[in-house]
Design a protein around this ligand. Structure first.
Ligand SMILES: Cc1cc2nc3c(=O)[nH]c(=O)nc-3n(C[C@H](O)[C@H](O)[C@H](O)COP(=O)(O)OP(=O)(O)OC[C@H]3O[C@@H](n4cnc5c(N)ncnc54)[C@H](O)[C@@H]3O)c2cc1C
Ligand SMILES: Cc1cc2nc3c(=O)[nH]c(=O)nc-3n(C[C@H](O)[C@H](O)[C@H](O)COP(=O)(O)O)c2cc1C
Ligand code: SF4
Length: 419
């Protein structure tokens, strides 16, 4: 069962230590997924433990305790329980760090110092790359203007937060909003930045993210084909039988989004325990319900496909990939690898297998969702270059392959530390 991943409800195991309270003669400390002072206070107030342990939240913000004591909890960088830069690194023999705080365990090497002289810095794109660059630059004393064509900051994090089990991304975007305001950054939202807007700045940072890759499948312009952006932004009507093209992180997340209906189990501890078959270890050995996991029936029949013949989800997080695979299996998502996409028509998605394009098969589907990768959105960077204007390109705008928020935030922070 998952015990610390982001889809585990906050303080999900505090009820276990609560059972020991008053029954043992030593202090009881509770742990796991307690990531804000408010949750910690609630655990204590409800008599679940004498003390609270926090591991990953201290990587996300080393000033957690000081900020809580000062009544500035909203400025604490939240641990989103992704494991991407902490335990995934630990178990791969890499130095532990933190997705939201790339300085964690790199404090002596990634130093954020006041700038020698303040400069006027423009950052285009308020996704994680642009946000971290803008924030670090402003914290160093630069005068920063941050542009985004959207009406809200966050970039793709605003899609991630729609996925059941990824609710922690709401807190991350809220934190950035608080910090952008506190740092005095000038925000220009709802504004598509053009080269003219960027004249007169000392430094221009392009963090314009990515565009969906065009998979060039015959029939992809049909009315039954939509892309992941329209699905996650609620703009696409999706039928009951769905084929999802592309089984990267986004393909997995979109599948999770599509099989769910109603409240996310991450928001309801009893629902989450039923879904994963978690019960009281005093009643059943190891806390595993004898009837096993009891997930809700899937809201849709989803087939998830990829071109590669390797196991689906092989490249997901080292400590969390199994959870995503198990969650989709519980919802009867069929996972098929090694396919060629032959075409899409009213019957659904036509595929074949292997180099010889054998075993032609129709995946019957009302809707086909494209999650076929991403390419860098470089149009603004190219337009600036054509004018001979130097700019720094970071995040997905720089390299789209294997992009994630960890790399985007790390790159944004490191660039701004040098401006
Ligand atoms: C469903 C989903 C789930 C995800 N889950 C995870 C996860 O669990 N962990 C993880 O690490 N990553 C995750 N990601 C990936 C992560 O969100 C991206 O890698 C990251 O957001 C890329 O950051 P970025 O700043 O480079 O670009 P983006 O987040 O794409 O931001 C680019 C911004 O630039 C703006 N922009 C573009 N052109 C202009 C212009 N000319 N003027 C003004 N604004 C402009 C756009 O509006 C956008 O807001 C997920 C992504 C999705 C879609
Ligand atoms: C980098 C890192 C190293 C850890 N090492 C250990 C360990 O050696 N032994 C252990 O029992 N738990 C270890 N843990 C687990 C934590 O003690 C804690 O139980 C877990 O992270 C859940 O709590 P949290 O949500 O506050 O992070 C480690 C966690 C992290 C992030
Ligand atoms: S990498 Fe993710 S899970 Fe680990 S401490 Fe940072 S935010 Fe938390």
């Amino acid at each position: 069962m998952p015990t610390i991943a982001t889809s585990v409800p906050r303080a999900a195991f505090a009820w276990v230590t609560q059972k020991l309270m008053g029954k043992v003669g030593i202090p009881v400390i509770t742990s796991n997924r307690i990531n804000t002072p408010e949750v910690a206070e609630k655990v204590l107030a409800e008599g679940c433990a004498d003390m609270v342990s926090m591991a990953r939240p201290m990587l996300a913000d080393a000033d957690f305790v000081a900020k809580a004591a000062e009544g500035r909890a909203d400025t604490i960088a939240p641990c989103i329980a992704c494991n991407q830069a902490c335990l995934d690194h630990t178990f791969s023999g890499k130095l532990t760090s933190c997705l939201v705080n790339p300085r964690a365990c790199h404090e002596t090497e990634l130093v954020i110092e006041p700038a020698d002289a303040p400069r006027r810095v423009a950052v285009v794109g308020a996704g994680p790359a642009g946000l971290s660059a803008a924030l670090t630059a402003a914290q160093r004393g630069h005068e920063v203007t941050l542009f985004d064509r959207d009406r809200e900051i966050g970039g793709q994090l605003n899609m991630a937060k729609q996925v059941p089990g990824k609710e922690e991304f709401w807190g991350l975007v809220d934190w950035y909003r608080t910090m952008v305001a506190e740092a005095g950054i000038t925000l220009r939202l709802g504004h598509e930045a053009s080269p003219d807007d960027l004249a007169g700045f000392d430094d221009v940072v392009i963090a314009t993210g990515v565009l969906p890759r065009d998979p060039s499948i015959p029939g992809q312009d049909g009315p039954n084909v939509v892309d992941y952006i329209d699905v996650l932004r609620g703009k696409a009507k999706v039928g009951k039988r769905v084929a999802v093209i592309g089984a990267g992180g986004i393909g997995f997340d979109v599948s999770e989004f599509l099989v769910h209906e109603g409240e996310s189990p991450t928001e309801s501890l009893p629902a989450w325990m039923t879904e994963w078959g978690v019960t009281d270890p005093a009643e059943h050995r190891s806390g595993l319900a004898p009837e096993g996991p009891q997930p809700h029936a899937p809201a849709r029949q989803v087939t998830l496909l990829q071109r590669k013949s390797e196991r689906l989800g092989k490249r997901l997080g080292k400590t969390t990939g199994w959870i995503h695979r198990a969650a989709l299996k519980m919802k009867n998502v069929e996972m098929i690898g090694g396919v060629n996409y032959e075409g899409i028509d009213a019957d659904g998605l036509h595929v074949s297998f292997g180099e010889a394009r054998e075993r032609p098969t129709v995946i019957e589907a009302d809707t086909v969702v494209l999650c076929a990768g991403q390419v860098s959105e470089r149009s603004l960077a190219d337009a600036l270059e054509a004018r001979g204007v130097a700019c720094h390109v970071i995040g997905g705008a720089d390299v789209a392959a294997e992009l994630d928020a960890k790399r985007a935030i790390d790159q944004g922070t490191r660039l701004a530390a040098t401006l």
